[in-house]
Design a protein around this ligand. Structure first.
Ligand code: GAP
Length: 461
């Protein structure tokens, strides 16, 4: 099989996602909603598999971790204490001509004054001007735009009812720290994990599900003694590298970007962004930050609660420091799909004829459908056997039964959605009580006894 290059990869992937039901535009029958996307049946499976695998690996798989599931809307005082109401900003510029709005740091050259996270950047000193990427018009000076998504809680719509959708899952792990500590009796170092929705009023959402205003995160706040932060930072960096491998990402698709002092978020003393080489450029996939004791200290001051940890051996009391590995769920889905997308020249006959097949080589542990059961014909004698096979396999695997179209087209469809195995029931099955199992990646076929299928797939997955 010869691999073909994949030009216009984003367009092809977006089209495949819509056509096959991974991801489609949200609210489409009403004209959509700015960069909103819905996960269809296959996308929901893939996304849930990623979240489940993450939870299994980092919560169930470790003795030093517990998980929580906190409210999306929390007391607004949390966002004051965390610094989000004052610092969670992006620099915004308007085009004076076409009125479009942009993030100043995404315009080349940046428009002055360029300020990020409340810190001045040296572009300000250099004073370089920017023009509108849309129409070439003159841009306004940049100003800080807060990305917190506001709403009102309860029947009153005045200042007293203002609340915010959480912009990160992280803060719940800090404000619930004491309760988790008391109920689980964990000892340092230990971590609290959470996966769930976050909301940001992004200036420029875009690039499919790369940047949206509603998205999901999987985050860990890992509490350590201050003197131990470096080794725990390294430990989580390695864990994140292993996770990237698990998603099927290759080393040359990734870049580990040490964030400079004046570029880091307001709470961080060291940050490494794990970047991916997307078709639209090398950009952030995940992040790893040393948040020091910034958050616990601030919540202690603002709430009056005692968030100290008492060392059981020495009885010493102190505020733990925090290493935060953070993963975007939607970006995990995007890079898994991008990395899995292959176009191959596949033979269709022994005379050397071939055709291009599109195949998603999603890691087996994450595929939406594990086994497709395909009777060669709709005739009852075959479909009855096939339906029984599907029913049996469904007890352990995610199975799709499909009897429509030619077998070739059904294989192509399963390749395109990443199904690792197709089970074909043919007329020989009536006699030898066996079926053909086709492998997605090699396209090799082998004959397997029907009674042996559960064992066969248990070994395969
Ligand atoms: N608690 C730290 C934090 O939230 P972040 O770098 O702002 O750090 C963490 O976000 C991760 O969340 C990012 O690495 C990315 O994967 C994902 N993410 C952030 N903003 C996003 C957006 N607008 N759309 C999709 N994913 C986003």
């Amino acid at each position: 099989m010869k691999e073909k290059n994949t030009e216009n990869l984003m367009d092809k992937l977006i089209s495949l996602c819509k056509r096959r039901g991974f991801i489609f535009p949200s609210s489409e029958i009403y004209g959509g909603i700015a960069n909103g996307w819905d996960y269809g049946p296959l996308g929901a499976e893939l996304k849930n598999n990623i979240k489940r695998a993450w939870w299994k690996r980092f919560v169930h798989g470790r003795d030093d971790m517990v998980g929580i599931d906190a409210a999306l809307i929390m007391n607004p005082k949390i966002w004051e204490a965390s610094g989000h109401l004052s610092h969670f900003t992006d620099p915004l510029v308007d085009c004076k001509k076409c009125k479009n709005r942009f993030r100043a740091d995404e315009i080349t050259p940046p428009t002055p004054p360029f300020v990020r996270g409340g810190k001045k950047d040296d572009f300000l000193e250099r004073g370089r001007g920017g023009v509108c990427p849309n129409c070439g018009g003159e841009l306004t000076q940049s100003r800080q735009f807060n990305m917190m998504l506001k709403t009102f809680l309860g029947p009153l719509e005045d200042e007293s009812a203002v609340v915010y959708f959480r912009p990160e899952t992280a803060q719940a792990m800090f404000v619930d720290f004491k309760q988790v500590l008391q109920t689980t009796r964990k000892k340092l170092p230990f971590g609290i994990a959470q996966a769930g929705k976050a909301f940001r009023n992004e200036i420029t959402p875009g690039n499919f599900i790369f940047r949206t205003r509603e998205f999901e995160q999987m985050e860990i706040e890992y509490f350590v003694k201050e003197k131990d932060w470096k080794k725990n930072f390294e430990m989580w960096l390695e864990e994140m590298k292993q996770w990237c491998k698990f998603l099927g990402l290759k080393d040359d698709e990734l870049y580990f970007h040490e964030i400079a002092d004046n570029e880091r978020a307001h709470y961080s003393k060291r940050t490494i962004d794990i970047e991916y080489k997307y078709p639209f450029g090398q950009k952030e996939l995940y992040g790893l930050a040393y948040r020091t004791d910034y958050d616990l200290q601030n919540h202690m001051k603002a709430s009056g609660a005692d968030l100290n940890y008492e060392d059981p051996a020495t009885k010493e009391k102190f505020v733990p420091h925090v290493i935060e590995p953070t993963w975007g769920v939607d970006r995990s889905v995007l890079v898994t799909l991008l990395s899995a997308y292959h176009e191959e020249e596949a033979p269709t006959s022994e005379k050397g004829e071939s055709e291009t097949r599109v195949v998603l080589k999603i890691p087996k542990a994450l595929v939406p459908i594990q086994v497709a059961v395909l009777p060669l014909s709709k005739k009852e004698e075959l479909s009855n056997i096939a339906k029984n096979i599907a029913k049996d396999l469904r007890e352990q695997f995610v199975v799709e039964y499909d009897e429509t179209q030619s077998i070739g087209r059904r294989y192509r469809r399963q390749d395109e959605i990443g199904t690792p195995y197709c089970v074909t029931v043919d007329f020989d099955s009536l006699n030898d009580l066996a079926v053909t199992v086709r492998d997605r990646d090699t396209m090799k076929q082998e004959r397997v006894q029907i009674a042996g299928l559960p064992e066969y797939f248990n070994k395969a997955f």
